[in-house]
Ligand binder design. Structure first.
Ligand code: 5GP
Length: 209
């Protein structure tokens, strides 16, 4: 017998280093599955359709919303992002642990629906540091960076949605902590499946006081 897979929800303010931390985590834990979201944003250099995202036009995204295909969806920086039931259910049924990279709105949607998962929030060491990182990345103009910082501050205020909060000061350490969280969650009493009949019968028997 196998347990259903665990769903991990990971969020972070833009520029915190979530994508890079996940790349490291993937190397450390190759059996962990990563959910592939649908998005209306355009494909970036180096990204691959069906690997990083399913890139779809807005009309198709809208149709998916109307059909009820999405477990959750959100508008992030004027583009749409969503996770389909199909993606998540397929992995869970196989017993695979699955990581969803969601923005804070997506995490909030799942929390409010009492979705069963482990919610992890990755934060930068400081807002100042986040601003410096976004400026270094220099993919966006200054006013866009300012707007993103304001969004980030509001996201941080929603820390209570999460079960675990960690600071990304060092990528290697962050990936190690994520790995530890995943391993600890796998050992929860509620998920314990006795590997042998003798242990199983002990678990079902009364304690002699
Ligand atoms: P990016 O465009 O940089 O890949 O992602 C922008 C933001 O959208 C990130 O915070 C990312 O985690 C989030 N995101 C990616 N996929 C989904 C999704 O399916 N649902 C939600 N709510 N957010 C997502």
């Amino acid at each position: 017998m196998k347990n259903k897979g665990i769903v991990f929800i990971l969020s972070a303010p833009s520029g915190t280093g979530k994508t890079t931390a996940c790349k490291l985590l993937r190397k450390k834990l190759p059996e962990l599955k990563f959910s592939i979201s649908h998005t209306t944003r355009s494909i970036r250099e180096g990204e691959v359709e069906g690997v990083d995202y399913h890139f779809i036009p807005q009309k198709e995204f809208q149709e998916k919303i109307e059909r009820g295909d999405f477990l959750e969806w959100a508008k992030v920086h004027s583009q749409y992002y969503g996770t389909t039931f199909e993606t998540v259910d397929r992995h869970r049924q196989n017993g695979d642990d699955l990581l969803l990279e969601l923005d804070v709105q997506g995490a909030q949607t799942l929390r409010e629906a009492n979705y069963e998962g482990t919610f992890i929030f990755l934060l930068p060491p400081s807002i100042k540091e986040l601003e410096i990182r976004l400026q270094k990345r220099s993919t966006e103009p200054e006013e866009v960076i300012k707007a993103r910082i304001e969004v980030s501050k509001n996201e941080v205020k929603k820390f209570n949605l999460y079960d675990y909060i960690l600071t990304n000061s060092d990528l290697e350490e962050t990936a190690e902590i994520l790995l530890s969280i995943i391993r600890a969650e796998r050992c929860r009493k509620s998920r314990y499946l006795p590997p042998s009949s003798d242990i199983r019968s002990l678990l079902n028997s009364k304690v002699n006081s």
